[in-house]
Design a protein around this ligand. Structure first.
Ligand SMILES: [Fe+2]
Ligand SMILES: [Fe+2]
Length: 292
């Protein structure tokens, strides 16, 4: 039995094998000289290598019996996530070189995933499917509103935009795999499991990223209620990424949800057009172009 998907028939997932900031020293506060913005993005980057390896394993565990289209999408999804991990590992090394200790954040995500891995594999797929939706709506918001990366170091902003683009492009893969894996479930069972997992994932995501960013701020000597207030302001008020994804997050719980109900391929096209306009994206070349 095949499973209906609303992933666009003409969507092609194209891994863009790019490298960012390899020969550069990323400033410690690369995000507009702002320790708070830097801390939140660094906390997020710290979890990607471990998290993305988990996503790949979780999806591939259910690839048997999928149709050729989804099989191909899973292969391209895997390639994209592997390259994301490579680039975020390199970025995390630069954050470490800039003086941050990311080990506590990395350990926390390993502990969280270890608990999930002890459960049946379908739980890992459900968690991946939820986290991929979460990632895709963050990615959409990041690309749709340039204020989120305003003032950021250019090579690093490029890394985030590239990653966001590919997260949008493969946002249906874990969901379609989940639909395939649960094709014999009742609609109610499917919905109740995915809703419960999403609520748990969201709770953990918000708590862990907040704690991770506070850990990094502590390393900058920013502590106490002021650190918490500044971080919460950045996350929820201005630019308020968490608040702005609220509607897209809620859509997950509606009947007939699919990540591609929101066809935001224009953001992918815009990114690709930008890259074509500037084939050499190194910071030095951009500076030289600006100065000319
Ligand atoms: Fe990724
Ligand atoms: Fe992803």
């Amino acid at each position: 039995m095949s499973v209906a998907s609303v992933t666009p028939a003409d969507l092609t997932i194209v891994p863009r094998d790019r490298r960012f900031g390899r020969d550069e020293q990323t400033p410690r506060w690369w995000h507009g000289g702002d320790p708070v913005a830097t801390a939140l993005y660094n906390a997020l980057s710290s979890i990607f290598p471990v998290g993305e390896a988990f996503f790949i394993d979780s999806v591939r565990a259910f690839r048997d019996g999928v149709d050729e289209r989804l099989a191909e999408d899973i292969r391209n999804f895997t390639t994209q996530e592997v390259v994301h991990s490579r680039e975020h590992l390199a970025f995390n090394r630069r954050a470490t070189d800039a003086g941050y200790d990311l080990s506590a954040i990395e350990q926390k995500v390993k502990d969280r995933l270890a608990l999930t891995k002890k459960k049946p594999k379908i739980v890992s797929l459900a968690a991946t499917m939820c986290l991929e939706h979460f990632t895709a709506i963050l990615a959409h918001e990041l690309l749709a509103d340039p204020r989120h990366l305003a003032g950021a170091d250019e090579a690093t902003a490029d890394l985030w935009r590239w990653h966001a683009t590919e997260e949008i492009e493969h946002k249906g893969v874990a969901y379609d795999t989940w639909m395939h894996a649960t094709k014999d479930w009742t609609r109610w069972k499917r919905w109740s499991v995915k809703a419960r997992v999403m609520l748990l994932i969201t709770r953990n995501f918000v708590i862990d990223r907040t704690a991770g960013a506070l850990d990094l701020l502590r390393q900058d000597g920013i502590t106490g209620p002021k650190a918490v207030a500044r971080l919460l302001w950045f996350m929820w008020v201005k630019p308020g990424m968490m608040r702005k994804i609220g509607g897209a997050w809620l859509s997950f719980f509606l009947p007939g949800f699919h990540p591609w109900n929101d066809d935001d391929r224009h953001l992918i096209a815009a990114y690709d057009a930008g890259v074509q306009d500037a084939p050499d994206t190194s910071r030095q070349v951009r500076r030289a172009q600006k100065a000319a």
